[in-house]
Each structure stands twice: as C-alpha cells, then as structure tokens.
Design a protein around this ligand. Structure first.
Ligand SMILES: CSC[C@@H](O)[C@@H](O)C(=O)COP(=O)(O)O
Length: 354
C-alpha cells in the first residue's frame, strides 16, 4: 500500500491534509499563498520539521506561478526574501524552513548576478527549485529508511525480529512521504524483521496517539500505543531493541532538539542498554550552531496541558510549563544519526559539512 500523502501539489495548486482534524477526518484544505501556509504552520494544520519547510516553500512557488508583476530581478529577489523571511517566523525550533530559505535566496542571488538570465527565467528557475523539494524529500527519506534499517540490523545480530520504540510523529504526515524515523521503521517492516513498534502518546499534543498511531494502523504495521510514562517499564519488560526518533534541529556537535520527551527516552535508553537513534535529513542539521544550548525552544500554550479539547482536565489556577521540544545531548545518541548520506556518530557530522 502506498504511504499516506499529506501534501498534494500539482502545477501550482497546493493542498494539505488538515492534521488538526485527524484521526476523525481526512480533510484537505487549499493553500493559496504564503500567508495561508504561515497560518497553517502556526496552527499546526501541518507540522513536522520537513513538512513545515516543504509547505512553506511550495506556497511561495504557488505565488510565483501566479506571476506577480515584477519587472526586475532585484524586485523578484526582494519579493521572495520578504516572503521567506516571513515563513521563517512561523515556528522557531525546526531549522528546515530557515535552511530552505537560505538555499533559495542563494539561488536568487546567483541568478540576479547572471546577465544572461531575465526576470521571467529567474522566477521559473526559483519555482523549479522550490517544487523539487517534494520529490527530493521522499528520495532522502527512502535512503534514510534503508541506512537506518541496515544499521539497526547490523547491531542486532542474533535477533530475528526487532522491537522499536518511537516518539512524536515522523512519518508521511511530517514529511513529503515515507518519513524519517518512521521511514526506518517502514523499512524494517518491509524487510520482515519488525516484531512490533511501540509509539508513545507524546503528551501534551498527542502526535503519537493521533498521528503516528493513525499511520501505523493505516499501513497495517504491527504497533502498540504506550503512554509517555510507560517508556521505562516498556524498555525493561518488553525488551525494546532500539529507540528511533526524528529531529527538529541538530547542532554541529550532534545535540538534537526534538519533541518534548525525547531527552528522557534517551536517558532511559542509556540506562537500559537500548540503542538510541536520531533519523533526519541533512536539512535538519544546523552547522551554524555549535551545541544544543543555542537552539530556540518553542513555548506552547498552557491550554494544551490543562484541557482535553474544550474540557478542562487540570485544576483551574495551576501554573504550567509547556516547552514543545527538548535537547538530547549528543553522547546519548548511541546508535547514531541516520541521514540520507549514511549513519554517523555525532562527532562525525562537522567534517561532512561543505
Ligand atoms: C520528521 S519530523 C521530526 C520532528 O519535526 C518531529 O519529531 C517533531 O518533533 C514534530 O513536532 P511538531 O510540534 O509536531 O511539529
């Protein structure tokens, strides 16, 4: 069965699956411009680091295809810079949108300096660059899946079937398709070596129980849901072989920001001698940040903790702390960082930076 398709793009028409309505309903909504994308990202109708960047960039392609009246390449450059700068403000922790914006502006600067290229050709080249992100992301995820699954199997010799724990949602709903950590799990399943995947509920926003569980059921991958506070017991009693999670931003030293609760899973994995992997495309690595202490962490509304839907479940008047992400120190990433280029120890990343 084909994996879920949450971002649909065809000839300048963009639609996304509204993830706020999952798992009750699969409803696609149109994204007609950059403002629509910014709002959808901010409201988490689309979420997950790669998907945020892809939807942001495709929304700019949609606007450029509608041919705004831009007479010079300087005007074109200012137009896309303004839009990209705005998209980068949608959510702070994932770095993918920022790096995608930098790469697009680099291309625009190159085209601006090329006297043989006119404004229409420059705009078309930028649209082509933005539109290529969908296919590139799927290809990267397939490679991540293969590298990760091969590495886990290599390090689990003697075990016929593997039990994997994962956190948050890193699948087709968080990427252009297939997924990163969930892509590795799909590849293990395809290779017939997956006994069971244990997905955490991922409080307070429940990306695990709402989204990952939805994808796993949809694709008939053997899976069991656990609450976040069952992770230690599951590692001990259910004999988990590896934990594999995604990333919103990896610092140059390998420290990794990912969904809140990732750090505690890494600590638990270490004390239970369970391999801990991060799976992410190179576009999640921020080489401008030396360590994880510089990664901005999004603070989320307290209502996510105090309410379930519109029903208050916490005592009125209680103070809350609701960071959306935490940083896992590189030394806890014992399995490695799985990318489309291979699996690396955290201290091997810097030499790979061009
Ligand atoms: C391939 S998605 C990787 C991460 O973006 C994912 O693990 C995560 O933390 C998503 O957080 P979210 O707040 O749902 O956008």
């Amino acid at each position: 069965m084909a994996t879920l398709e949450a971002i649909k793009y065809n000839g300048g028409q963009l639609e996304i699956l509204d993830q706020l309505l999952l798992p009750e309903s699969c409803t696609f909504i149109p994204i007609c411009n950059v403002q629509d994308a910014w709002t959808a990202i901010r409201e988490m109708k689309v979420r997950g680091a790669p998907a945020i960047a892809i939807v942001g960039c495709l929304s700019l392609a949609v606007e450029l295809r509608k041919s705004p009246v831009l007479e010079t390449k300087e005007q074109l450059h200012c137009f896309i810079k303004e839009k990209l700068d705005y998209l980068v403000t949608s959510r702070p922790t994932a770095v993918n949108m920022q790096l995608a914006a930098e790469s697009c502006l680099k291309l625009s600067t190159l085209l601006s300096g090329d006297t043989l290229v006119g404004v229409t050709e420059a705009s078309e080249a930028i649209v082509k660059h933005l539109e290529a992100m969908l296919a590139n992301d799927i290809a990267d995820n397939l490679a991540i899946g293969e590298h990760g699954s091969t590495d886990i199997r290599k390090k689990s010799i003697g075990k016929e079937k593997l039990r994997i724990m994962t956190h948050c949602n890193t699948g087709s709903l968080a990427t252009a398709g297939y997924g990163t950590a969930l892509g590795v799990i799909r590849s293990l399943h395809k290779a017939n070596v997956l006994d069971q995947v244990y997905c955490t509920e991922t409080r307070p926003y429940n990306q695990g129980s709402r989204l990952t569980a939805f994808e796993l059921v949809y694709e008939k991958i053997p899976a069991t849901l656990i609450c976040d506070n069952m992770a230690a017991a599951a590692m001990k009693q259910l004999k988990i072989d590896a934990v594999i999670v995604g990333a919103d931003r990896v610092a140059a030293n390998g420290d990794t920001a990912n969904k809140i609760g990732t750090y505690q899973l890494a600590v638990l994995a270490k004390s239970h001698n369970v391999l801990f992997y991060v799976a992410a495309p190179f576009s999640s690595i921020d080489f401008q940040i030396a360590t994880g202490e510089w990664i901005p962490i999004e603070e989320r509304p307290h209502s996510e903790m105090t309410h379930t839907g519109s029903t208050r479940t916490a005592a009125a008047g209680i103070n809350c702390w609701n960071p959306g992400f935490d940083v896992t120190p590189a030394e806890l990433i014992t399995g490695g960082i799985v990318t489309e280029k291979g699996v690396f120890k955290p201290d091997q990343l810097v030499p790979l930076h061009k």
